[in-house]
Design a protein around this ligand. Structure first.
Ligand code: ZN
Ligand code: FE
Ligand code: FE
Ligand code: ZN
Length: 268
């Protein structure tokens, strides 16, 4: 079973469970490695109510140490899920230097400082929005995030579809520039299984994105985005089947921000 690198902790105020419970779930699922990547602090604080604060970083490292102590031979990696905003570059560099992380996930949940578009509180706004325009803005920003070169893994690439608002026509026009930029830097995307449990009822990113990424030789990790122990490695069998179908043969592992690869084994 591939590693599960996108998982959260209660420090972000919307995840639950003790490190020992997450590790027990990871061991039961048989993942090759377990990685912790909680929502990173943002500046200026208070930023929002769904991330750890800067002063929580030492507690976060303690949480990771507790997970390691419970994990036996299972490698536990230390990461962060960082939010991309164009003005946040210096801050992200400081975060990157704050600990010897194994990887940083770059995610876009914000289009501008006030619109965390995947927050259900904005459903009313989504209903009135120009979807083509918001998608264009999102993918432009995604490209900027990739070109920043700050991140090891690009998180839930088409999160913008979470509430099933999609422009009409072939969506590959949005994906192409981003895939080209990720391929140029030999970057890594994640197949995030949480989307199956959201209104879009589909993994992030969708299959045509995955197929394009595999053709471009982009790296892959498979992630649950677990916010509770019961969600660790959730739907990985289904994800493995889709990854193979898209043309991926390997997933990546990260240690000290350097990747290696392991073969994807079909699940029986
Ligand atoms: Zn979260
Ligand atoms: Fe996220
Ligand atoms: Fe997450
Ligand atoms: Zn996430």
């Amino acid at each position: 079973m591939p590693a599960d690198y996108h998982t959260h902790t209660p420090l972000c105020h919307h995840a639950e469970g003790e490190p020992e419970s997450y590790i027990a779930a990871a061991l039961a699922a048989g993942v090759s490695e377990y990685g912790i990547s909680d929502h990173a602090p943002m500046t200026p604080e208070p930023f929002d109510d769904w991330r750890m604060n800067r002063e929580d970083l030492p507690r976060y490292i303690e949480w990771i140490d507790r997970a390691r102590a419970a994990a036996g031979d299972l490698p536990v990696r230390a990461g962060l899920e960082c939010d991309w905003l164009p003005e946040i570059k210096d801050w992200t560099e400081r975060l990157a230097a704050a600990h010897d992380w194994d990887y940083l996930i770059g995610s876009i949940h914000y289009l501008g400082k006030d619109f965390d578009f995947d927050n259900p509180k904005w459903l009313g706004r989504w209903a009135e929005t120009d979807v083509e325009e918001v998608w264009t803005q999102y993918w432009d920003e995604y490209l900027r995030m990739v070109n920043s070169g700050l991140f090891d893994i690009y998180g839930h690439a088409d999160l913008i579809k979470k509430f099933s608002y999609r422009p009409s026509g072939d969506l590959r026009r949005f994906y192409e520039p981003v895939i080209e930029a990720i391929a140029t830097q030999n970057g890594t995307i994640e197949l995030n299984t949480a989307g199956w449990h959201k209104p879009c009822a589909e993994q992030y990113p969708e299959q045509s994105f995955l197929a394009m990424a595999a053709s471009a030789n982009i790296g892959l990790v498979i992630s649950s985005d677990a916010h509770a122990p019961g969600e660790v490695a959730r739907d990985f069998d289904k994800a493995i089947a889709l990854a193979l179908e898209a043309g991926f043969e390997k997933t990546r592992l990260f240690s000290q921000r350097i990747y290696s690869e392991e073969q994807i084994c079909p699940q029986t």
